[in-house]
Write a protein that binds this ligand. Structure first.
Ligand SMILES: [Zn+2]
Ligand SMILES: [Zn+2]
Length: 80
């Protein structure tokens, strides 16, 4: 009863992995594990995440701003 004011704070408790959807084909991308491409300028504004196949189709250019897409290798997130 005493913690009523903190309701909902646990919404961000789970940080196991983070998934995004490919902006083109809606393929689910685990950005902490799967190789994918991202526009660093648009990822926050437009969720500009792309699967490798669509990145290739886009000639590795962001469809929103025309900048080059950056490959993100999951290994960078999980050094072993
Ligand atoms: Zn895709
Ligand atoms: Zn962009």
């Amino acid at each position: 009863m005493s913690t009523a004011g903190l309701k909902g704070i646990n919404a961000f408790g789970h940080l196991g992995w983070i998934t995004r959807k490919c902006r083109i084909c809606a393929l689910k991308i685990d950005i902490t594990r799967d190789l994918h491409y991202v526009c660093t300028h648009c990822k926050d504004k437009y969720d500009a995440y792309f699967c490798p196949a669509d990145a290739k189709r886009l000639h590795y250019r962001c469809p929103f701003c025309g900048r080059e897409l950056v490959p993100v290798n999951a290994a960078l997130y999980q050094p072993r």
